[in-house]
Design a protein around this ligand. Structure first.
Ligand code: GRF
Length: 213
């Protein structure tokens, strides 16, 4: 058999929770012109509902439970080994609730993207919706960024905004932000797989042009 001359890019998705972003990516990847395939979904949580969503879509899953490892380095080493078995072009963090070691992040530089529920650089870390409310922000949103050694601090690829209205609570903001996440993430993942978005030495390149940091 002849080797495939232009193999489709392979995406591997890491999850810890509900998997609504995973579901949005699964649905997008089923569109006829989507340029990539989801080859595996991995989790650090055996009970993550996201795993059932992957299994339902016939996508291979794996679990590496962080509690079984003595250190972050050992956990990340096991995760890296499993990821390499699938040889992905892009690793998509979709609600993956682990801080990755520098070694892991460097090993996959330019191939690792994350979605974060705030307009970075505002509100890295947790409780982003409540923090936006407490600050009286009129605009809130979501960011997709390359993962680098700095937590939630890698170069931003794209953001989507929502308006904050006086009646909003952390819950309503979470719903509005998630609705935007489900649109934005499949688009950005598509751009990465098409080679339109790349991580340059210090910033994102979009169609070869450096985006402002
Ligand atoms: C999303 O809000 C994402 O921004 C954050 O974790 C959440 C994951 O939600 N990183 P889900 O598991 O995709 O439903």
């Amino acid at each position: 058999m002849k080797p495939d001359p232009s193999p489709r890019p392979k995406i591997l998705i890491l999850v810890s929770g509900q998997g609504s972003n995973l579901q949005a990516l699964i649905e997008a990847s089923r569109e006829r012109d989507y340029p990539a395939d989801i080859v595996a979904v991995g989790s650090n949580q055996a009970k993550a509902p996201a795993l059932a969503k992957a299994a339902h879509a016939n996508i291979p899953t794996f679990v590496i439970e962080h509690g079984h490892y003595g250190s972050r380095e050992e956990f990340d080493g096991a995760l890296m080994q499993e990821i390499r078995r699938h040889n992905p072009d892009l690793i998509v963090l979709a609600g993956f609730m682990r801080i990755l070691t520098e070694g892991f992040v460097r090993a996959f530089r330019g191939q690792l993207v994350n979605i974060h529920p705030s307009l970075l650089p505002k509100y890295t870390g947790l409780n982003t919706h409540q923090r936006a409310l407490n600050a009286g922000d009129k605009v809130h949103g979501v960011s997709v960024h390359f993962v680098t050694e700095e937590l939630d601090g890698g170069p931003i690829i794209a953001q989507a905004q929502i308006a904050v209205i006086p009646d909003d609570s952390a819950e309503t903001l979470a719903q509005k932000v998630q609705a935007q996440e489900h649109v934005l993430y499949p688009i950005v993942v598509r751009w990465c797989c098409e080679g339109r978005v790349q991580l340059g030495p210090d910033q994102v390149l979009f169609d070869g042009q450096a985006l402002p940091r």
